[in-house]
Ligand binder design. Structure first.
Ligand SMILES: Nc1ncnc2c1ncn2[C@@H]1O[C@H](COP(=O)(O)OP(=O)(O)O)[C@@H](O)[C@H]1O
Ligand SMILES: [Mg+2]
Length: 330
């Protein structure tokens, strides 16, 4: 363990953020450290503190990085961003959201060194740990689908934007989402065209087209849950795959995405039929997983684009059918 090596975190333990004293580091991500904290009445809370630029990582908390992009016109460019700025955006998006499946922001401050936000302390483990430890019940996946459905229907929220296994905490009261992403306009600079920029804060493995598409992100998580390995692992470039096994339509779409600097979508070209990899998977699961990631094998048995599920409700129905067919775990 490298807990002792992170002097920055050690120095924070015991310090005060609002009425709460930091007790121990319970998680970290690209932009922040999250601590368990208590007040005088011994109430437990989670306090999220934006990272200083140079802070180290703790080996206990392996995570897939969230990335920042600027989209100008059609083009995507990776971007450096300040963790405090990212937390401000997140708090602004989340503070009005009240849902049993999403963590509540109870308090926040952006006062220099003590910038933070405070949440209920969720005791449990991340979905990443949970899925590694064994098969996942269909009921858990269906409940997540229903949470995302509610969030997607909220006028003041509309999308989570960074649904991934490290941002989902499995508790005794179900799976709770934390840490939303962002797809929105930023007004920096005074020139007219500066106003056209879109800031994107998300994880390309689950948002490969860099669109605020939670339905595809969740489909990719379903795939990874069932297959024990992600569909899109790393960035590939044209030519890294065998284009003879892929339909012209899919090839064209990938070429279009690459032309605008988006190399994340190429990863789908490696898809195989799930049952070809995990022997004995029933066809009902093959179909569900392929459709969830918007792929299919066409009449010529080439990998092709599919429309996928139209909504979380439709996906929830399909998950219910799995249960009815006697399949209770993925
Ligand atoms: N309210 C909470 N209660 C308990 N643990 C939390 C809470 N919020 C976050 N965590 C843990 O801290 C980790 C990092 O938090 P997160 O909000 O995802 O930060 P980042 O924006 O840096 O990714 C999460 O993966 C999770 O393990
Ligand atoms: Mg996170």
């Amino acid at each position: 363990m490298s807990t002792m090596s992170n002097q920055y975190v050690n120095d924070l333990i015991g310090t005060q953020f609002g009425d709460f004293t930091l007790q121990e580091l319970v998680g970290e991500g690209t932009f922040s450290h999250v601590f368990r904290a208590v007040d005088r009445q011994k109430n437990d809370k989670a306090v999220k503190v934006p990272r200083p630029f140079s802070s180290g990582r703790d080996e206990r908390f392996e995570f897939l990085p969230t990335q920042v992009f600027i989209k100008r016109g059609q083009r995507f460019t990776p971007q450096e961003a300040s963790p405090v700025h990212i937390l401000r955006i997140q708090v602004a998006r989340t503070k009005a959201v009240i849902d049993q499946g999403m963590v509540r922001i109870e308090d926040y401050s952006f006062d220099g060194e003590t910038s933070h936000c405070r949440m209920p302390f969720l005791s449990g483990r991340t979905f990443r740990d949970y899925m590694r430890s064994g098969p996942v019940p269909i009921t858990v996946l269906r409940n997540l689908t229903l949470t995302l459905s509610r969030l997607n229907h909220m006028d003041n929220f509309g999308y989570h934007g960074d649904v991934k296994p490290e941002n989902m905490i499995v508790t005794n009261n179900g799976v709770i989402l934390v840490d939303c992403g962002y797809f929105g306009n930023v007004n920096v600079g005074e020139r007219l065209d500066d106003a056209q920029k879109t800031l994107i804060v998300t994880t390309p493995r689950y948002y490969p087209r860099l669109l605020p598409d939670d339905l595809l992100a969740f489909g990719l998580i379903l795939w990874e849950t069932a297959m024990r390995t992600p569909l899109i692992e790393s960035v590939a470039y044209s030519g890294d795959y065998d284009s003879d096994t892929v339909s012209d339509r899919l090839n064209d779409i990938v070429a279009e995405e690459e032309a605008i600097g988006n190399f994340n979508f190429t990863g789908v070209m490696g898809a195989e039929k799930p049952s070809a990899v995990r022997e004995g998977l029933p066809p009902i699961i093959d179909n569900l997983l392929l459709k969830a990631v918007r792929l299919k094998f066409n009449d010529s048995n080439l990998l092709d684009i599919d429309e996928g599920f139209a909504s979380f409700e439709e996906l929830a129905d399909e998950l219910r059918k799995l249960s009815q067919a006697g399949i209770h775990y993925l």
